[in-house]
Ligand binder design. Sequence first.
Ligand code: 8OZ
Length: 365
Amino acid sequence: MTTLFDPVTCGALSLNNRVVMAPLTRNRAPNAIPTPLMATYYAQRATAGLIISEATAITQQGQGYADVPGLYGTEQLDGWKKVTQAVHQAGGKIVVQLWHVGRVSHTSLQANFEAPVAPSAVRANTKTVLIKDGAAGFVETSTPRALTLEEIPGIVRDYAHAARNAIDAGFDGVEIHAANGYLIDQFLKTGSNQRTDDYGGSITNRARFLLEVTRAVVDAIGADRTGIRLSPVTPANDVHDDHPQALFEHVVSHLGPMNLAYIHVIEGSTGGERVLADRPFDYTALKAAYQQAGGHGAWMVNNGYTLELAQQALAESADLVAFGRPFIANPDLVDRLRVGGPFNTVERATLYGGGEHGYTDYPTL
Ligand code: 8OZ
């Protein structure tokens, strides 16, 4: 029987085990530039079979929070090179999560205090983090403006450009962030997409942006280095869809033939406890739709997995299991899972922003 500690090949990535470090926003990259402390943090966690970096802005327009990293400027790439080198030296693999927040931003983070962009001019009823007077503070997101039809190809190209930058910076691949109510998810879902052109209305139209971005990234760096993260039913960042099952089965049936390295699915609501019952969704049918379409990328599951649940998922349906918060508090999570714990608990106050404390000072066994 397959265990979490068995190696697996996932596209071009040979992974030592099936324990994945999920992408985790930590807001410790002032001016969007990765720091040496980030290199230490990721290298500490390099026994993961795969590290997915924290969400990383593909352009300034794609940034929605203070002190999150970018992947478009020379200094940002130089910072990331130190991170990827440190992870590789420690024997790990790391992909970068490509992020455009769309409407989940604030004018103060945008060039010339412009409005953030989105499929439609519908404000997200959610907060973002800005640094005010040296401290992190939550503020309401700004009302976005709707992207023109002519602007969309440029954003698709921004994703492809960032993917090439990722390979230049030494990453083993990329994960397209199509989850959690950010730009791609805003296009997908009825609550945030009121467009009447080729990018809105039908499921085919709402999925068009995701599929164009994915094809562009695949063309830029290869399908075997590309993964994608989906969150069919999360309410994160004020998104919702009227028919998520049909929408996401359509999406994966078009991803199937692309030969991606992996599909990463957040089950239920992002963050907090693992509760699936209040947002019914048939994840087995989702995987079946992917495989029926010829998809044979690794199937990665996430959200509140324990050791027991993870082993069960590997036995039944998944190839990889991504752990988020457990990896924040347990740099040696793989070893701890192997011996059944104990596990450090996360200190919430140091999740977003700060320095070493709550970041690189969690103890190993
Ligand atoms: C927590 C805080 C800020 C951003 C996501 C990138 O939910 C995030 C995020 C999480 O995908």
